[in-house]
Design a protein around this ligand. Structure first.
Ligand code: SAH
Ligand code: TMP
Ligand code: ZN
Length: 405
């Protein structure tokens, strides 16, 4: 049994997806087959309840020059980060010469609002190409991994930070103890460390099994984040549910005693206990549902093929790597995936090598069915592609279960 990366307790494995490729390794026909493979399996810590992968992918295999994901690919996400940037500017960053650091600043979608307001900031992100897009937006970026050492250097040069913000990134960092040591070195005494991430409660409730992939090393809950913050010398002061990415949570962490702890923290911990999020049976039931969903999805796609219906996919998400490789969905069932990310277009999805084409190809001509891999952006995509349904097209979703709309 492996040991919890947070507390050293025993991690009970609850699902093994088998051999899986790195989820964001969109390959060319020439490099197809060069994907890095690992055993994707998830477990839950019997001590601190943190859900985590049992095998870690070396970080350089995931985050590098060619890392393709761009936050700006979704209008909803752009608006979401703009709104929070304004909120911070009006509160935590309203004092004299404030300084904010973002861990996983990607293409600068969040920090560009801060930069335009003339506030001192620094993005930290190891992926050079996306960091370049951020710089083009006037954002200051250090192309690096945030950890103890880099945080100390930032603290010495620019610190302390009033706010350290990180969306959909801290869960990607297995060596989270080093992140917290870095936060300790960099954060002002009364500063806040704000983490936004997909919420385990929503993942389990919706059977969103595709949220399990290499980059999502941890799946956070309020219970596990509170325990983690305490273990590393901090306090979870507030939590706020967010609708983005199919259900997320914003965690505000501070040094102990610096901020009043809101009632929302204990309320969520209590609810997580009531809904069984801390009990092993919940994960065994989840595992059962994952197997059923995959069987059902492949059965539907096979039937549609036999009936001569055309099916394409929409959104070459990192999540979909788990779906196509675990369920065994290749170009024979889904001939291509439409996506608006230039760095993914013209490439092949990792593992089963489904070609990725520009979103414009969706209408040339519309397929009978579209498998929505970017289900977390369903509202945005269905609104944008309303003519597809008007033309008689149907969407296939597999969260919370396989269904057609
Ligand atoms: N914050 C953005 C991007 C999330 S994608 C959003 O929510 O949309 C995750 C990002 O984290 C990638 O750009 C990746 O390069 C970066 N990343 C991974 N490990 C990191 C680390 N140790 N320090 C800083 N950034 C990291
Ligand atoms: P995500 O679920 O990790 O945010 O990834 C979403 C993917 O879907 C990303 O590759 C961009 C793509 N996408 C589109 O192609 N069109 C869209 O309208 C949106 C919102 C996303
Ligand atoms: Zn633990």
């Amino acid at each position: 049994m492996v040991q919890c990366r947070i507390c050293g307790g025993p991690v009970e494995e609850f699902f093994d997806f088998g051999r899986q490729p790195v989820s964001d390794s969109f390959v060319t026909p020439q490099t197809a087959g060069s994907e890095f493979y690992f055993r994707l399996a998830a477990g839950v810590c019997a001590e601190c309840t943190m859900v985590q992968l049992v095998e870690e992918v070396p970080r350089e295999q995931m985050f590098h020059e060619d890392y393709p994901y761009r936050s700006a690919g979704s209008v909803v996400m752009r608006e979401h980060f703009e709104k929070y940037a304004h909120q911070l500017l009006g509160t935590e960053l309203a004092g004299e010469d404030p300084f904010v650091v973002e861990i996983g600043s990607n293409d600068g979608t969040m920090l560009k609002t801060i930069g335009r307001a003339g506030v001192r900031h620094l993005g930290v992100d190891p992926s050079a190409q996306v960091a370049g897009f951020a710089r083009a937006e006037g954002v200051r970026v250090r192309t690096d991994f945030f950890q103890d050492g880099s945080a100390r250097e930032i603290a010495a040069a620019d610190g302390p930070a009033n706010v350290i913000f990180s969306a959909n990134t801290v869960s990607h960092i297995a060596y989270i103890d080093s992140v917290f040591r870095g936060v300790d070195a960099l954060l002002a005494p009364d500063g806040i460390f704000v983490i936004e991430d997909r919420y385990l409660g929503a993942i389990i409730a919706q059977n969103a099994f595709d949220q399990i992939y290499d980059e999502h090393f941890y799946l956070f809950s309020v219970t596990s984040v509170r325990a983690m913050a305490e273990r590393f010398g901090f306090e979870l002061a507030d939590v706020e549910p967010l609708a983005v990415h199919g259900g997320s949570m914003r965690y505000t962490i501070a040094r102990p005693g610096q901020r009043a702890v809101s009632a929302a923290v204990t309320e969520h911990v209590e609810r997580e206990r009531e809904t069984g999020l801390t009990r092993p049976e919940t994960y065994h039931r989840f595992a059962q549902h994952v197997r059923e969903s995959c069987r059902e999805l492949v059965r539907l796609l096979t039937e549609l093929r036999e009936e001569g219906r055309s099916v394409v996919a929409y959104g070459a998400t990192a999540k979909s790597a788990t779906v196509i490789n675990y369920c065994g969905i290749g170009p024979d069932l889904v001939p291509f995936i439409c996506d608006n990310t230039p760095a993914k277009q013209g490439r092949l999805a990792p593992g089963t090598h489904i070609p990725v084409r520009p979103s414009e190809d969706f209408a040339k001509p519309y397929p009978d069915y579209a498998l929505l891999f970017a289900w977390n952006h369903a509202e945005e995509i269905m609104a944008k592609e309303r003519e597809f349904r008007a033309a008689g097209g149907k969407w296939i979703l597999y969260v919370p279960e396989v269904h057609i709309v």
